[in-house]
Design a protein around this ligand. Structure first.
Ligand SMILES: Nc1ncnc2c1ncn2[C@@H]1O[C@H](COP(=O)(O)OP(=O)(O)O)[C@@H](O)[C@H]1O
Ligand SMILES: [Mg+2]
Length: 214
């Protein structure tokens, strides 16, 4: 299975979701590799930090890929079973090749209007992806939801908006909140499932369950 975590927007949590999800899938016993297809190499840096700072944890291979990555993704799927692809936050050759090769595309967004405004562009890309890859499933996920109770209303509003205006991008029920843990774990190559914030761990695992059901 090839899962791309993609968006035309940067800073929405693609790399964060990629590495956190990879660790959870590995914990579940799945063989899994991360393909870092973004020149900013956030996932790859995480992989290096994991080997250096957290060598006791299960090893997760992170490999770089650029340009025409389709053949590589298919080869890695053969070898590993599950491939998670972290693409850069813009319309790129890597994103397009991943889009026509993946089984599932997960699009993280925050509830900020700027992020939501990226959805029409993504919808347009999806038309191209699904022309060549009609089996592609696409799902959105809300990330960095504020933990204060007032944010509930904003989330409900955003959910209603995406449901009515972007029916091609059904969103997961599970959401990830804005938590320091997601930032802290990056520096040491860990996942929130391997950290001390149990709320972060629980919500990531709830999301992973929903993803597994796709
Ligand atoms: N749920 C979250 N809570 C707090 N910080 C987050 C969360 N998700 C991502 N971040 C932080 O936001 C920044 C951008 O995330 P990143 O995964 O690098 O985005 P992208 O790959 O889409 O550019 C990083 O500093 C990351 O640690
Ligand atoms: Mg990134």
């Amino acid at each position: 299975m090839i899962i791309t975590i993609g968006s035309t927007k940067g800073g929405v949590g693609k790399s964060s979701l990629t590495v956190n999800l990879a660790a959870e899938l590995v914990r579940q016993g799945r063989r899994c590799i991360i393909v870092d297809a973004d020149p900013t190499v956030t996932s790859q840096t995480w992989g290096r930090d994991r080997a250096e700072h957290s060598p006791e944890l299960p090893h997760i291979t992170v490999t770089e890929a650029r340009g025409k990555i389709r053949a590589k993704l298919l080869d890695l799927e053969e070898a590993y079973g599950t491939v998670l692809v972290d693409v850069g936050g813009h319309d790129s050759q890597e994103f397009r090749q991943a889009g026509v090769t993946s089984d599932l595309l997960i699009v993280p967004v925050t509830t900020s209007q700027l992020d939501l405004d990226s959805l029409p562009k993504i919808e347009k890309l999806l038309e191209d992806f699904t022309t060549f890859n009609p089996e592609l499933s696409v799902r959105g996920v809300f990330n960095r939801i504020e933990t204060n109770p007032q944010s509930d209303g904003r989330l409900k509003e955003a959910r209603a908006y995406v449901t009515s205006d972007f029916p091609q991008i059904p969103f997961y029920d599970a959401v990830l909140h804005d938590r320091k843990a997601y930032q802290d774990v990056m520096r040491v190559g860990r996942s929130v499932i391997e950290w001390t914030d149990y709320k972060a761990k629980a919500e990531l695992q709830v999301l992973a369950k929903e993803i597994n059901n796709d």
